[in-house]
Design a protein around this ligand. Structure first.
Ligand SMILES: Cc1ncc(COP(=O)(O)O)c(C=O)c1O
Length: 451
């Protein structure tokens, strides 16, 4: 007899990931039937016409096929050729061999230097773990933190469903802390206190707090004081911090800037709170989601715990080498004066300026539709507008009806969590500006009719 659904564990069956859920499956069916679909459901920039950065692809090409260094040197700028040669020496056995479990040491050194330069704090290659995208590393950390069904992980609501899905899969408890939509999705101490108090009241043991900065799906950006407050809260309640910083390059307002948890922790001399922070080659202006490159930096962890993380990484042998090289390119872009620098800057700025324009056009357009309210998209790649629905309708029904009527594929707010009684959807800002304008126009027509 073949395997049956009933053979699967409850945790597997209960795990949900709305970003690729039933609405997206429906969109794909419609596309196969010839309908034009505008995919606004997932932060996958290169699926929506974003071009890869030339120097990154050139470096990958040379690493994958080093013969090109001799045979086709004229096709590559001198700095990319030199850099790739150095990288290949660092990788030692080439792209087809397993690396150390934590990743190639040479690349981890580059990541540590990047953190040092970004934040002005010391960073060490031994505290860096390269991973198959940030997702794998987040899952490893949640696996370690959840040791039994009473262990709780504080998670923002709304949140990116990697967190809710993984907590369910590992049979832990999600402790929701609500972000304040009326104040641009601000994170307040009162909300944190309230949620931890409630969790304890129901017998849940809070182990960690996850923070996504800049936020997905909220697009909000935390400042230094906010981060300091969260660190103090974690210290007071003996929580580990899981800081998802994959959108650190996606900040659109001149008044905001990215501040890392590591920087605030080190500058404030905090050594008694454990920190895991994550970065990725999938976001920013790289958008290399398919290369599956990411890293995790750890701070304030004892040696025996670090050994356990390394052990878990070892079970998967190592992260993929292509992703490791992509991470290297993220942390070691061309420097001013190098032959590939001008093109790199032009490509980077073109992508970031496009995202900035679309963030504004989308939020303004949504706010002009009666019955839709959208906060400023200050960072990341998403808007999470609130929608007025007719009595008794859900945002899942809304998203499905929107798809059928307009071909626009968004994710219902339920997939990210929201205050009960409210309804939202998440859309990316990734389609080209002309398409974003079309999305807004079609949405306006649809929403008025739907209400
Ligand atoms: C907040 C957040 N963290 C992590 C990820 C996963 O990134 P990666 O492709 O590096 O696994 C995403 C992807 O959308 C994300 O939005």
């Amino acid at each position: 007899m073949t395997m049956q659904l009933k053979d699967l564990g409850k945790a597997v069956l209960e795990t949900q990931y709305a970003v690729r859920g039933p609405i997206v499956a429906k969109a794909q069916d419609m596309e196969r039937e010839g309908r034009e679909i505008i995919y606004c459901n997932i932060g996958n920039p290169q699926a929506l016409e974003q071009k890869p950065l030339t120097y990154l692809r050139q470096t990958l090409a040379l690493c994958q096929y080093p013969e090109l260094i001799q045979q086709a040197a004229h096709l590559f700028p001198a700095d990319v050729l030199e850099n790739s040669q150095r990288l290949l020496v660092g990788i030692e056995h080439g792209m087809g061999a397993y690396s150390d479990s934590k990743g190639v040491h040479f690349i981890r050194e580059a990541v540590a230097e990047f953190i040092h330069e970004r934040d002005g704090i010391p960073a060490h290659p031994e505290s860096i773990f390269l991973s198959d995208g940030a997702s794998r590393a987040v899952q490893t950390v949640l696996r370690m933190l959840i040791s039994g069904p009473h262990d709780g992980i504080m998670t923002p609501v709304p949140q990116y469903p990697l967190y809710s899905a993984t907590i369910t899969l590992y049979d832990g408890k999600q402790i929701n802390y609500y972000l304040d939509e009326a104040h641009n999705w601000k994170l307040s101490k009162a909300m944190l206190e309230e949620s931890i108090y409630e969790a304890r009241r129901f017998g849940v043991k809070p182990k960690a707090i996850c923070v996504i900065n800049p936020g997905n799906p909220t697009g909000s950006v935390l400042d230094y004081d906010n981060i300091a407050m969260i660190i103090d809260f974690a210290r007071e309640h003996k929580l580990t911090i899981v800081a998802d910083e994959v959108y650190q390059d996606n900040i659109y307002l001149p008044t905001d800037k990215f501040v890392s948890f590591a920087k605030v922790m080190v500058e404030r001399g905090v050594t008694d709170v454990s920190l895991f922070s994550f970065h990725s080659c999938s976001k920013g202006y790289f958008g290399e989601c398919g290369q599956r490159g990411g890293y995790m930096e750890i701070r304030n962890l004892p040696k025996d715990v670090i050994a356990q993380i390394t052990k878990l990484q070892s079970v998967g042998l190592c992260s993929n080498l292509t992703g490791q090289v992509a991470v290297y390119c993220v942390v070691r872009p061309p420097k001013p004066g190098q032959p590939s620098y001008d093109l790199y800057v032009a490509e980077r700025d073109h992508i970031l300026n496009g995202l900035k324009t679309r963030a504004r056009v989308l939020a303004e357009g949504l706010n002009a539709i009666p019955g839709i309210e959208c906060n400023v998209v200050a960072g990341s790649m998403y808007a999470f507008p609130k929608i007025d629905l007719p009595e008794g309708r859900t945002d899942e029904e809304y998203a499905l009806a929107l798809l059928e009527a307009t071909g626009i594929c968004v994710v219902p707010g339920t997939g990210f969590g929201q205050i009960p009684g409210t309804a939202h959807f998440r859309t990316t800002i990734l389609p080209p500006t002309e398409k974003i304008k079309m999305v807004v126009d079609r949405l306006a027509g649809f929403h008025v009719n739907y209400r």
